[in-house]
Design a protein around this ligand. Structure first.
Ligand SMILES: [Zn+2]
Length: 239
C-alpha cells in the first residue's frame, strides 16, 4: 500500500486484500488508542492518510501479489519489514509460553507447559483440527453452517490466526482440551485470587469458558482455602 500510495491517497475508498487475518479487525475497527502493540500502532498511524476496507483472502488465492513479491525491484523498505515483523506469529506463541513460566523459573524452556506438548495435543484433538481448518481456510459465511463444537469461536473468528499447528487469539494460545488441566494448574501455581489468575490468562492462554474454569479451580484449591485470610495477590489497586 505504501508503494502505491501515489495512486491511493485521495481515493474515496478502496479495498485492501490481505491473507493476514488478525490485521482485518485491527485495520477496520480498532481506533489507534485501542491497539496495544506499538509496532501495530505505528503501522496504523502510517496508514491513516488512506481510506480503505481490509478484507481477508487465503494466501494461495493471492497469486499476483505473491508473484510480484518474489520479483522485487528494490530492497524492502522499513514499512515492508514492519509488515513482515507483524506476521512473525511464532514469536507470539513462544512469548505466551514464557509469560506463563513462573518468575522463579530460571529457564523458561523448562516450563512444564511446552509448546511441543500443546502442538502434540492439538494434532490429536478433533475439534482443534476442525478449528484450525476454519482459521486457515475461512469460516463459513453463516453461523448455522459451522460445526456445533466450534460455535463458541464464532464471535471471535476474525481475530483468530494460526502459528503452525496452533491457533492464536491475540497474544493468547488457544489451548487444546487435553492440555487445559495442566495449563490451569500452571496459571494458578502461585495461588493468586481468581481475578489475578484470570488476568494472567489474558496475556497467555485461551479457550471458551476459561474464566469459569479458573473460578472453579481457585474455589476447589485446598491451599487457597487454608491461606484464605492472607491470600496473596498481584497488581492490587491501591486507590
Ligand atoms: Zn490455590
Amino acid at each position: 500500500m505504501f508503494k502505491c500510495g501515489y495512486y491511493l491517497k485521495g481515493l474515496q475508498t478502496f479495498e485492501h486484500v490481505t491473507d493476514h487475518r488478525p490485521l482485518i479487525s485491527i485495520l477496520n475497527s480498532y481506533t489507534l488508542d485501542a491497539v496495544e502493540n506499538p509496532r501495530l500502532q505505528r503501522l496504523k498511524e502510517k496508514l491513516s492518510p488512506f481510506i480503505f476496507t481490509a478484507r481477508w483472502r487465503a494466501g494461495k488465492q493471492l497469486c499476483i501479489p505473491d508473484a510480484l513479491s518474489r520479483h522485487p525491484v528494490s530492497s524492502p523498505t522499513d514499512e515492508a519489514n514492519m509488515l513482515v515483523d507483524v506476521s512473525a506469529h511464532e514469536a507470539v506463541a513462544v512469548r505466551a509460553i514464557h509469560s506463563l513460566a513462573s518468575p522463579d523459573d530460571s529457564q523458561p524452556a523448562t516450563t512444564d507447559v511446552q509448546l511441543e506438548e500443546l502442538q502434540r495435543a492439538a494434532c490429536t484433538d478433533e475439534t482443534y483440527i476442525r478449528l484450525l481448518h476454519c482459521v486457515r481456510n475461512g469460516f463459513p459465511s453463516h453461523r448455522y453452517d459451522l460445526h456445533t463444537t466450534l460455535l463458541d469461536y464464532w464471535k471471535i473468528r476474525d481475530e483468530l490466526y494460526c502459528d503452525g499447528d496452533l491457533v492464536l487469539y491475540g497474544p493468547r494460545i488457544v489451548v487444546p482440551v487435553a492440555s487445559r488441566k495442566l495449563v490451569l494448574r500452571r496459571l494458578h501455581d502461585s495461588h493468586c485470587r481468581a481475578e489475578d489468575t484470570k488476568r494472567r490468562a489474558q496475556q497467555t492462554m485461551f479457550w471458551p469458558g476459561i474464566n469459569e474454569d479458573i473460578t472453579n479451580v481457585v474455589r476447589a484449591c485446598d491451599a487457597c482455602q487454608t491461606l484464605l485470610p492472607s491470600q496473596q495477590c498481584t497488581g492490587m489497586m491501591t486507590s
